[in-house]
Ligand binder design. Structure first.
Ligand SMILES: CC(C)(COP(=O)(O)OP(=O)(O)OC[C@H]1O[C@@H](n2cnc3c(N)ncnc32)[C@H](O)[C@@H]1OP(=O)(O)O)[C@@H](O)C(=O)NCCC(=O)NCCS
Length: 141
C-alpha cells in the first residue's frame, strides 16, 4: 500500500468513498473541490492505494486562528468498508501528521460525530486525546 497526494483520476473513486463516509456528492462537485484544494498550499488530500485501487482518503488543512497558535485539522477520513481494520486509517493519519509537522504545526485536531462509534474507538486507540465536547450550530444562508 502507498499513501500519496490525490490525482485528478481519483475523483470518481473519491465520490464513492464520500458516499461511504455518509455524504452524497457528484463528480463535478468533487472535481471543483479538488481543483480548489490544488490551488492552496495549506491543504492536502492524501489517498491510500493498493494494487491500483484507492482504498481510503483523508483531507488535512490549516485551521486559521486569531490570537492563538494555528493548528492543522483533519476532515473526511474514510477507509473503504471492505478494507477496514488493516491499518489503512492509521497510515492516512500518519501522512496527515507528517504533512502537518512539515508545515510547522505543533498540533493536529479533528472533530467527529459522537454517533460514529468506530471512529470514537479508533482515534483514542491511535493516540488522540479527547480535548473537549462541543455543540455545533448552523444557519441557512
Ligand atoms: C474510522 C476508520 C477511518 C478507521 O479506519 P481503519 O483503516 O479501519 O483503522 P485501522 O485499521 O488503521 O485501525 C487502527 C487501530 O484502531 C482499531 N480499530 C479501528 N476500527 C475499529 C473498530 N471499529 N473497533 C475496534 N477497534 C478499531 C484497529 O483494530 C487498530 O488497532 P491496533 O493498532 O491495536 O490493531 C474507518 O472505520 C472508517 O472509515 N469509518 C467510517 C468513516 C468514519 O467514521 N470516519 C471518521 C470520522 S470523520
Amino acid at each position: 500500500m502507498i499513501i500519496r497526494p490525490w490525482k485528478a483520476e481519483d475523483a470518481e473513486r473519491l465520490v464513492q468513498l464520500t458516499f461511504q463516509w455518509g455524504f452524497e456528492t457528484t463528480i463535478e462537485e468533487m472535481n471543483a473541490q479538488l481543483r480548489r484544494i490544488g490551488e492552496l498550499n495549506n491543504a492536502e488530500v492524501f489517498v491510500a492505494e493498493a494494487k491500483g485501487k484507492v482504498l481510503g482518503r483523508i483531507f488535512v488543512m490549516e485551521h486559521l486562528t486569531v490570537g492563538s497558535s494555528p493548528f492543522s485539522e483533519v476532515h473526511g477520513l474514510v477507509v473503504d468498508i471492505n478494507f477496514r481494520k488493516q491499518g489503512i486509517g492509521k497510515a492516512l493519519i500518519e501522512a496527515a501528521k507528517e504533512w502537518s509537522k512539515a508545515k510547522g504545526f505543533a498540533k493536529m485536531r479533528l472533530r467527529t460525530n459522537a454517533k460514529r462509534e468506530e471512529a470514537n474507538i479508533f482515534y483514542p486507540k491511535i493516540g488522540f486525546d479527547l480535548e473537549k465536547v462541543q455543540n455545533v450550530y448552523q444557519i441557512d444562508l
